[in-house]
Design a protein. Structure first.
Length: 455
């Protein structure tokens, strides 16, 4: 987006604000220090008094003239050019275009008022603009969080012609920065899918079993076809072996149940669990829409959002617009409440993917929620774990404290596996993985379910 500052009419209150933003610079302070020193010396050397008086009048005249000249200098016109949305954790270029509308030279020092938590390269910047001249400043931003962030404008310091004064102002354009999940994974997947190279992503294609698929067409029998595919009536009529060809059943529904509670606040290597879950969610949503399935979303444990399943091409963009500002809350997520809400909103059977991060005390509630949902839906739980647990098990053991930590983590992981095994016995599919493994694991499991025809 780009915003342009044109000529502005001065509000009566602006005059006082401009005066209060005038600051003396080093040359004026040095001149005043020298004048003060001469005044002190004149107390013992009377012949310096005329010099002190004359110097004071000269400094006052020059300072006043330079101050008035600075007041007459116009503001530069500023245009900010950047993407409509910034991807999370990626260095994005920003360009500030400045134009001098006057016949005088402008000496500027500029700092764009970006959010304080953003990393920045290339600011502050200095620029000299000759009469009617245009200039450009380029810098880069790296946002650490998603959401909306105000950008109130540019802090511009203008130097007076003699350099004795500096005027600082905050000038437009003001706008709101929108930081979205990093959809590089989706873009990469799009290119690979276009070239039928799913294997590069680690996505496994499974042999079709015939069930869970809908009839596509009749064709001649090929080596490798199962006997169940043979259409005996067509074979008798055509006097050659004819097989039925199936394609993946379409018009199915995929609904994400996304945990936004306090467990999802954990960060591994600077990346939050909720950020990783959103990346995986958007990737699988893109895949499912391409497969002809409807995709929806419900959040719990924080902001309550519901997006009914849809399968039109704009579904992924709709989801992206709806979740880019989601942040993990400080609440304890209640999956049972979310399960009841989803059952009320989704009467038709669907694949429900629960994205969460659970602890021992959460397992009972998660199991009850999954059992509620499995009465009507096929349930997949993607349960994230912290990378620190894996590192603790792989670390060398040299001391008693390290041995105790190893056994504590090992015992906790064993209990976690027991809970997940009980869920599998109930017919609930469980993925226990690191956040970075989630995108491809979800896509693989989705294709396994589609090929197996269990939805």
């Amino acid at each position: 987006g780009a915003a342009v500052l044109g000529p502005q009419r001065r509000h009566p209150r602006q005059h006082h604000e401009e005066i209060s933003n005038m600051h003396p610079r080093t040359p004026l302070l040095l001149a005043l220090a020298a004048w003060t020193a001469i005044g002190l010396a004149a107390a013992w050397l009377p012949w310096l008094s005329p010099l002190w008086q004359g110097g004071g009048l000269l400094i006052a005249a020059v300072a006043l003239g330079d101050w008035l000249a600075l007041r007459r200098l116009p503001n530069p016109r500023i245009t900010r050019r950047m993407g409509r949305a910034l991807p999370l954790g990626v260095w994005s270029p920003v360009t500030l275009e400045l134009a001098n509308p006057s016949d005088q030279t402008l000496t500027l020092s500029l700092h764009d008022l970006h959010p304080g938590e953003f990393a920045v390269r290339g600011l502050p910047a200095d620029l000299n603009l000759g009469p009617r001249q245009q200039g450009r400043i380029q810098y880069r931003l790296c946002p650490p969080n998603r959401g909306d962030f105000p950008l109130p404008g540019c802090d511009v310091a203008t130097r007076s012609p003699l350099g004795w004064w500096r005027r600082t102002r905050v000038l437009p354009p003001a706008e709101t920065l929108r930081v979205f999940p990093n959809f590089a994974e989706i873009s990469r997947y799009t290119l690979l899918a276009a070239n039928d190279q799913l294997a590069q992503l680690g996505v496994r294609r499974l042999r079709r079993l015939g069930s869970g698929a809908e009839f596509h067409q009749l064709r001649e029998y090929r080596e490798g076809d199962s006997l169940r595919q043979i259409d005996w009536k067509a074979t008798s009529r055509m006097r050659k072996v004819i097989a039925r060809e199936y394609q993946d059943e379409r018009d199915q529904r995929l609904v994400f149940l996304l945990d936004c509670g306090r467990r999802m606040r954990h960060r591994d290597q600077g990346r939050g669990h909720l950020d990783e879950a959103l990346n995986a969610l958007l990737l699988l949503a893109y895949v499912a829409v391409r497969q002809g399935d409807a995709v929806g979303l419900m959040t719990y444990g924080g902001p309550q959002r519901w997006f009914a399943p849809r399968k039109e091409p704009g579904t992924v963009n709709r989801l992206l617009q709806g979740v880019y500002d989601l942040q993990p809350s400080l609440e304890a997520a209640d999956p049972q409440v979310a399960a009841r809400a989803l059952l009320a909103a989704m009467p038709r059977r669907a694949l429900v993917a629960i994205l969460t991060n659970s602890r021992d005390e959460d397992q009972e509630g998660l199991a009850q929620a999954a059992q509620l949902l499995r009465r009507r839906h096929l349930v997949v739980i993607a349960d994230l774990r912290e990378a620190a647990l894996d590192r603790a098990l792989e670390a060398p053991i040299d001391t008693l404290d390290e041995a105790l930590r190893f056994h504590a983590v090992h015992g906790w992981m064993a209990e976690r596996r027991e809970h997940q095994e009980r869920l599998r016995h109930l017919g609930i599919q469980v993925l226990d993985l690191l956040p970075a493994q989630l995108p491809i694991a979800l896509v693989n499991r989705y294709f396994e379910i589609k090929r197996a025809g269990v939805l």
